[in-house]
Write a protein that binds this ligand. Sequence first.
Ligand code: G6P
Length: 613
Amino acid sequence: MCGIIGYTGHRQASPILVDALSDLEYRGYDSAGISVFQDDHTHQTYRTAGKVETLKSTLNGHLNGNSGIAHTRWATHGDPSIENAHPHTDEVGSLSVVHNGIVENHLDLRHELINKGHKFTSNTDTETIPHLIEDFINNGDSFENSVLKAAPMIKGANSVVLMNNDHPDTIIAFKKGYAGGLIVGIGVKEVFIASDLSAITPHCNKVVHLDDSEIAIIKPDHVIFKNLENVVINKTINTVSSNPFASAKGKYRHFMLKEIHEQPESIISSLRGRISFEDHSIRLKDLTLPDKKIEKIEKIFLTGMGTSMHAAMLGRLWFEKLAGIPAEWDNSSEFRYRDPIISEKTLFISISQSGETADTLAAMQLMKESTIDQITLCNHPNAQSSRLANDTLQIRAGLEIGVAASKTFTCSLVTLYLLAIHIGIVRGHIDQNTIPDLINELAKLPELMGSLLKSKTIYEELAEKYHNNPDFLFLGRGLNFPIALEGALKLKEISYLHAEGYPAGEMKHGPISLIDNQMPIVTIIPQDSTYNKMLNNLSEAQARGGVIIAIASESDNSIKNSADHVIKIPDCSELLSPLLTIIPLQLLSYYIAVRRGCDVDQPRNLAKSVTVE
Ligand code: G6P
């Protein structure tokens, strides 16, 4: 999660930008940079590796000017270094660009631009952006038109902020997909642009949130908002509280909705620095488990509670498929009282976003006594779980306030998936030729996830229709069986409706007797290897009068004939489909809970971290 801040106005830009960077540092911390523009049509850029403090001491009050942009980086493409730190510039050094996201097609763009004579000085995907825009400017397009022409060519979920020497008081920002927020803060003869509200609220309380495929042309005394088709749009100006907690919700009614929408960005954060798009490798730097030990693993055992247990269930399937290792999972509260047969060649993996769940800690403690290797996945540095495990992989979801887990689930999944690929590569189970595809599929995920967050109409309609139906059934097979359980858990947790998740094949063995026209059956049926079996189960449920809500693939044209309601997910690799199918289920639960008037962020009887047995 990179941090972005920009300012144009009547004050000195540099102190405002540097102060904001310190606030944003929690988002990323491997390097930082700043560009400040002067009226004489030049700009000065300073970039440093390491903390914002290093940048501050390098600047030492050197920058004068009333407009500028700045960035804290957390590396995706290219190591943390001065060359790879943002802002990046073009061939003649006229543009300055900061960016959050992944330019999926950066290798193709780089190749084309190099053929046209552009020279690159970094390994970042970001650097393609100024060179691409420069190309249009060189061909006679205006600054703004060049950005509008370049934006559609940049594939993936990306938030970009840039300036140009020829327009020293103008900042242009555009957003594609959901790689991270961009918020415009409107003051008196000064305007701010930032990735976080907290960087703006010390200065002004009138803000506008940029949405997907929108651009803002920012000058000190006015801002024009357009869509990427160059049509001017009217945006709502919101007044935000200076209370950091109240303002933290941003434009969302509940933290849970905000956190559901943050998932494309938070999974980028989980991936950052861990996959290399240049040589298609996985680099889990926080994993100390040596390859020699990985080669000898005979079994993987996964555990967790609640949502984290569902992540463990999915982890089992990925470890079997990608690493070729027998894998098992159990609920931590059951595991701790079993007499598990665990050999010393077992790898024990626990998942706990809080790192404080009593049962998970007890299961870990039990395994600590047997001295087997333990890896824990956690969202909090220095949690208790980290003290019990040999290795901690931070899932990097950022703060999750809603009690019902959303982004911590998908970040746990992405981290488990990376670990499974890593172990699969070390053990030679994964064919080297397939690794680029595995990595490229991951790079596409943020954009695909973001496409599922664009509309709420279907969920509001379903909530209106079914919010009083007392029982729901969720069905899935294979990789989507844990998602059926997680969907049912979300609905139970926040709407207080009864919901059961079942493997679809089990439906005939009992739950089918419950089905009548009062029971919505949420069927997760992407076009994967279980599709035909799922279709049979769906028909059986429909024949008993059940109301079918199908979560189906975009390309499935016939599903509408078999379901009462269809929610489409983009086509994607089978292994990663759970990261998409979960999003409609989170949204469905959310809108049903809202329609029922429930306290979504703090559901009755639940706690974010259950520290007692
Ligand atoms: C509680 C929360 C759930 C969470 C579970 C495990 O029950 O309400 O949302 O999934 O604990 O929490 P952990 O912190 O271990 O992931």
